[in-house]
Design a protein around this ligand. Structure first.
Ligand code: PLP
Length: 281
């Protein structure tokens, strides 16, 4: 079944969804995006995703194609028209079409595109099995706090991890883990979650924030500071968070087992708490 895609004011079958070759998203990766998970047909934590979208647009001095309330209405309609029960809603804003020039166009109208991806998020076999990561140098740009569509470095790192027989890469800068290719990285040491502090070095994950809140409410301590690869390998547990992964255990780093190579209790509890909250969204 062909999906229904939203492109600049119209819903069309995916084969007919087109943007200009002059769109700056295509020519300069001049665009931002959000991925909101959908559980039981409802968007999860979407207000936080839209707040981050607004911030990303402001950081790039890009106009919003629609007021946020209207963007949200289109998100809901895209989910409804596709009958999506579980999966993800992808939303992208690019600066729009203009003759190719490094200077920002004065007149371009921003493009807005949305589509859905149907996928089992709750029944994810990786939650019981855990994932393996390899560490790689973080060669991305310096404003990783802005959720831009400039994802080539992350995409190459993901492929290098798969080629090495792992599931994902943890990126490393100055000896410290920044984050995963498309997720935030965390470890658990003596019952305390250790997660990198927020700065321009990482994306301020919406799931990270929700999970730390749930941890706090559940009496689990957390410390926001950078950690090394050695510390991660020696940790009791390691895990990742993202809108579509929720919380997933990391059981192997660079071929070395973490916490006996099995998902740990803190990670499993946080995943259960997150899923419970997502179902109540
Ligand atoms: C680089 C990076 N870090 C972290 C995340 C997790 O963010 P969120 O929890 O908002 O999905 C993502 C999600 O795509 C990401 O691309």
């Amino acid at each position: 079944m062909s999906r229904i895609v939203y492109v600049n004011g119209v819903f069309v079958p995916e084969e007919e969804a087109k943007v200009s070759v002059f769109d700056r998203g295509f020519l300069f990766a001049d665009g931002v995006y959000e991925v909101t998970s959908v559980v039981d047909g409802r968007l999860v934590d979407n207000a936080a995703h839209l707040a981050r979208l607004k911030r990303s647009l402001a950081e790039l001095k890009m106009a919003s194609p629609l007021p946020m309330a209207e963007i949200e209405a289109v998100q809901r309609e895209t989910v409804a028209r596709n009958g999506l029960i579980e999966g993800a809603l992808y939303l992208q804003v690019s600066r729009g079409a203009a003759d190719r020039d490094f200077a920002l166009p004065r007149q371009a109208r921003p493009s807005l595109v949305m589509f859905t991806q149907s996928r089992a998020l709750i029944d994810n076999p990786a939650a019981a099995r855990g994932i393996a990561v390899v560490t790689l140098p973080d060669i991305r740009w310096r404003r990783r706090d802005i959720k831009t569509v400039q994802l080539l470095a992350a995409s190459l790192a993901k492929q290098a991890a798969l080629d090495a027989g792992a599931d994902d890469a943890w990126l490393v800068e100055d000896g410290f883990v920044t984050e995963g290719t498309s997720n935030n990285a965390h470890i658990v040491v003596d019952g305390t979650i250790v997660t990198r502090h927020l700065s321009d070095d990482i994306l301020h994950g919406i799931t990270r924030k929700a999970v730390l809140r749930l941890a706090g409410e559940g009496g689990v301590r957390f410390a926001e500071r950078a950690f090394t690869v050695t510390e991660a390998i020696g940790a009791d547990e390691a895990f990742i968070t993202s809108a579509t992964a929720f919380v997933l255990p990391v059981v192997r780093i660079d071929g070395r087992p973490v916490g006996g190579g099995r998902p740990g209790p803190v990670t499993s509890r946080l995943r259960a708490l997150y899923v419970e909250e997502a179902r109540r969204a």
